[in-house]
Structure formats: C-alpha cells, structure tokens
Design a protein around this ligand. Structure first.
Ligand SMILES: [Zn+2]
Length: 77
C-alpha cells in the first residue's frame, strides 16, 4: 500500500513509498531542507489507495514476459 508525505505549507506531496517508514524519512528530509527542522502545520503521511493495473499495463507486462521467456529459451538451447 503506497504512502505519501504531504506538506500543506508547500502544497506538495512526495513520490509514493511502499512503506510508511520511507514516507516518514522523506518527511524528515523535507523538514530539514525547507522548514529548518520544524514541523509544518498539517503535515501528514497518507495512504494512496491501491490502483488496479490498466489493461494496457497488463498487456505490456505479458509481452515483456514472453520476450524474456523466448530469450531464456534461446540461451538454454
Ligand atoms: Zn514543506
């Protein structure tokens, strides 16, 4: 479940992190760099809802797997 650090003072949201600890570390770095280590009012860690992959993403992954399988098959023969 992806996590984001959000700072309402800067109106910014971090890139997604798979762990809450990753988003919290991003928040610590953000506070040090932009707020002198202080906690901006309203900052928080938010969960991004799980998004089902789109059909095109599934098709692209399957094509990549087929190419990988064919490549490995040629290496083994
Ligand atoms: Zn900020």
């Amino acid at each position: 479940m992806p996590h984001h650090y959000r700072c309402p003072v800067c109106a910014t949201r971090s890139r997604p992190y798979w762990t809450r600890a990753g988003a919290e570390e991003h928040g610590r770095a953000h506070r040090r760099r932009y707020h002198g280590g202080d906690h901006p009012f309203g900052e928080r860690i938010v969960h991004a809802p799980y998004r089902r992959p789109r059909r095109a993403e599934v098709i692209a992954a399957l094509i990549a797997l087929v190419f990988l399988a064919v490549s490995l098959g040629r290496l083994l023969v």
